[in-house]
Design a protein around this ligand. Structure first.
Ligand SMILES: [Zn+2]
Length: 399
């Protein structure tokens, strides 16, 4: 047995392209399954843990602890300690991470050598690679120049190889990134002619395997620019999806691509105008409906007094607005809105002399378990119960 069998000896550094391997189960613990050796890369350094099958059971994640013990998170393992099991990687998942991770080396190296921009942190999601930079802004032209530069290195298909250094000899190389591991035996990853850093991750053998590097946008984080990229097959899928969306929008707006933004902008502006026109019309209808009722309303001391069981298609807000054009008006309006009763009481002009809302509030609102408030002349809120109970109470006080 080689290495440290208790710790799931990592075979992935020697053979990063191995997709299956037979191993022996050392122990099954609460933290996961320990094997004598493994090809499963544990989560770390912005690279997610491997997935796949162990002994035919689903491997959902791979992690490691501070002692470098690798744990395989296997769902309902059917194997026992001492048994031999076959590890089968979800190779598509793993290879995409190797592509993205290697692309990140190339991109961070070129960002530094061509634009003097440092990488602060990196993250590889299921579909996107993000690089947080130390820059406060990066022009889109720079991002596209970087995209072109990386794709040139992809086309050149440089070899990626490893060198083991002492701390002293590694420091002499004046690398763009400080070395985070302690002790000698520092593993340097060299993308030939492009970049050298100390790294414990997994990489493709040549930059050509990155296939395609695509700039997909940027966002601000902690006042830094974070660049977003897609890589390989995922980049192609994303470009195709974006194209399909643009085509669908083109059909929807009956517009060629070149005019699509202008046509869509105009449509959005028109919709906004139409909405304002509709709002005006609704306010006008509410005012006419109110007027019709005010003409027939009872009058007390020269003030029209009115209760109104409001139709579903009229809004209390519009009615409240319409009230303000009367010199004197006492109105109690309510409408059903699902389970709730919405209410509006208006005491415009001399109506406030006939009814002091602050005194009558509690008794009036209790009729429909309502809450709410407002300031003279409009009060509103919501409750539950029989609207007629509120109307009767209002009428009685103004009889
Ligand atoms: Zn790396």
């Amino acid at each position: 047995m080689i290495g440290r069998p208790m710790h799931s000896y990592p075979v992935y550094y020697e053979q990063p392209y191995l997709t299956s391997l037979e191993a022996t189960v050392v122990s099954i613990t609460d933290k996961g399954v320990i094997l004598d050796r493994t090809i499963c890369y544990p989560e770390g350094g912005g690279q997610s843990g491997d997935q796949g099958l162990v002994g035919g059971c689903t491997l959902v994640d791979t992690t490691k602890d501070d002692e470098h013990t690798i744990y395989h998170h296997v769902e309902n393992p059917t194997f026992k300690e001492g048994e031999k099991v076959l590890i089968e990687l979800d190779w598509e998942h793993r290879y995409h991470f190797m592509q993205m991770h290697t692309a990140q080396h190339v991109a961070s190296g070129l960002l530094f050598s061509h634009f003097g921009i440092q990488t602060v942190s990196v993250h590889q999601g299921q579909s996107i690679l993000t690089i947080e930079t130390d820059a406060q802004q990066i022009a889109p032209e720079t991002c596209h120049a970087l995209e072109d530069l990386v794709n040139e290195q992809v086309l050149a298909s440089h070899a990626v190889h490893y060198e083991v250094h002492t701390q002293a000899s590694a420091k002499q190389l004046d690398l763009r990134r400080s070395i985070k591991v302690e002790g000698d035996g520092v593993r340097l990853v060299v993308v030939e002619d492009v970049d050298t850093v100390a790294c414990g991750g997994l990489h493709v053998a040549r930059t050509g395997e990155i296939e395609l590097f695509h700039y997909a946008g940027q966002e601000k984080i902690r006042s830094h620019v974070r660049l977003i990229f897609t890589v390989g097959k995922t980049a192609k899928q994303m470009i195709r999806r974006t194209e399909a969306v643009a085509a669908e929008l083109g059909t929807l707006f009956s517009s060629p691509l070149e005019q699509l933004v202008a046509v869509a902008t105009q449509a959005v502006e028109q919709a906004s105008l139409d909405k304002r026109e509709l709002q005006k019309a609704e306010e006008r209808i509410a005012a006419l409906e109110l007027d019709k009722r005010v003409q027939k309303a009872a009058v007390k001391d020269g003030v029209p007094v009115l209760v109104w069981d409001v139709e579903a298609d009229l809004s209390l807000k519009d009615i409240g607005l319409a009230v303000l054009s009367y010199p004197d008006l006492a109105l109690c309006a309510a409408k059903q809105d699902g389970q709730r009763v919405l209410w509006l009481i208006a005491l415009q002009g001399r109506a406030s002399e006939l009814l002091d809302f602050s005194q009558a509030k509690q008794a009036l609102l209790a009729t429909i378990n309502a809450k709410g408030g407002g300031k003279s002349p409009l009060y509103q809120g919501s409750g539950t119960g029989d609207r007629e109970a509120l109307f009767s109470a209002f009428r009685e006080r103004l009889a």
